[in-house]
Design a protein around this ligand. Sequence first.
Ligand SMILES: C[S@@+](CC[C@H](N)C(=O)[O-])C[C@H]1O[C@@H](n2cnc3c(N)ncnc32)[C@H](O)[C@@H]1O
Length: 390
Amino acid sequence: MSTNNPTPSDRRRGSRKSALKAAVKPKYKPTVRAPPPPRNTKESQEILDLFHHAFNALFTPQLPELLQKVKTHLFNRDFLEAFGAQENLEAYVVRWSPSRALCYREVFLELSPALRKVFELKGEEKVEIVCIGGGAGAEVVAVAAAVKSLMRAELAAAPAPAIAKEEGSKAGENTGDEEVSEEPEEAGEGPDEAKGLENDLESLTLTSDSPPATTPTPSRSLHMTAIDIADWTSITTTLTTALTTAPTPTRAAYIPPTLYSVDFHHHDILTPRDTPLIPPTTRLITLLFTTNELYTQSRAATTNFFLSLKELVQPGCLLLVLESAGSYSTVLVNGKTFPMGMLLDHTLLAGDVWEKVLGEDAKWFRLPEGLRYPIELENMRFMVRVYRKT
Ligand SMILES: C[S@@+](CC[C@H](N)C(=O)[O-])C[C@H]1O[C@@H](n2cnc3c(N)ncnc32)[C@H](O)[C@@H]1O
């Protein structure tokens, strides 16, 4: 019987090999790029609390029955029925969008440096993102969470900017090489967080010869356009308000409205329009758990839609497609089942218009431990493609 177990001499050879490897391995390996922010449970909990508070009135004893009804429609892939009634939309949001928001935040920040860069809000005054099939709230919250997370990381890493410098120069201390003793306060903690974030953001953009922080400076901001065939107007409004409004006079908004804004368009993306809803300066277009529904409605129209994107956006624009791994990420073409990733590659990479930045057919998002939420949350497994317009 053959065995793959190592023999004692294999083991000796192995240990000699690893000793040699350890001896030649450099002790210090320079990092090529900054490490991603930690999978912060506190940040994840904030996201869940936001959904919980925004839709508090929905958590009633009747909710499980309603969820079961929506689940059945989704299982039968009867999406028009599943998203056809207001109560179904609300049930969907509280049950599925929180897990998705956590997953998408991680995808935006950790999947690819190109993607993460969009949320750093660098080099532009206003970053445009378009989320197709993005009315259900997960994208609305995840985009805000990604921006906030990077701002926190930026603030924590920044060598104390203008304000500390000013204080230091008053006392004739802190010449620049010294460490500033006070740690930057973590955003989200204090009572004046919204004001603080805006001021912090302004002070980060100041150079040493910039005017003092009280002078208005052009600030970075992100605008999201969500386009969806179902009417998620009230859901996106509720969530955007929850994100950008101070919940009490003593607590700040999650993100200031000057920094983040959302417009929702109730529109079938497969129906062409005279005036496109996708701004030409769009940096990122997302289709998250939506492409399967588009292919189900019309494979030809979906292919045309993907092909038409090149006319609408500029070089550098990213296209992110995520779909549930397994049967949802397959498409039936003339009676034959194709992996959706393969079909998208075939459609988009045929000319020199799009290049593939990333492609995986089964990736996991696992929830951090210890999160609190009144109903079930779930891990996710998905196929992913990221393309860039050349
Ligand atoms: C499974 S849900 C995913 C929602 C959200 N992206 C998420 O990940 O939580 C699919 C979404 O695509 C939308 N959708 C389906 N067909 C569409 C179309 N032709 N045009 C625009 N949106 C569409 C649905 O209304 C629904 O909101």
